[in-house]
Design a protein around this ligand. Sequence first.
Ligand code: SF4
Length: 178
Amino acid sequence: MDLIQVENALKKCKRCNLWKIRKNVVPGEGRKNAKIMLVGEAPGKEEDATGRPFVGRAGKLLNSILEEAKIKRSQLYITSVLKCHPPQNRKPFSGEIKECLPWLEKQIETIQPKIIGLMGNTAIKSLLGFNGITKMHGKTIEKNGKKFLLLFHPAAGVYNAKLIPKMKKDYAKLIEFV
Ligand code: SF4
């Protein structure tokens, strides 16, 4: 399967109950051979409405942090652990993550990025099996031949502006993989 085929299959997914209430599946977007992949938690309301990842307030903050790091969104592939919007932005249920994770794994296998930026604890827990963004942010971890950079989720900076300087420092580490 190539990336377009994965995205097209994803758009028809009914593996968990979120398909019943979504407006749009949000598979992700970006370069099919991106060297940097960013993974968040789940689409929010605006992402659900548009079918595009990170277009709301958190997305705008992400854009400005990337811009400061001299990285263009068009150079990346951006997606989330879940591809459908959980109601009221609640945390994804473990059953939903279990059903949806194979899609993310397929995207990673297809794109083969040099670095995977895991934004927030849901992405870290889903792919690495632990929580630890507060102590571990900015660290790089290798697992199964893949390299991961632990990053705060952009929404964390929206709710707590004091985190933004730390976020800028951590996201700037992505530039060496461009
Ligand atoms: S969240 Fe994932 S598993 Fe659930 S319906 Fe959407 S694409 Fe399928």
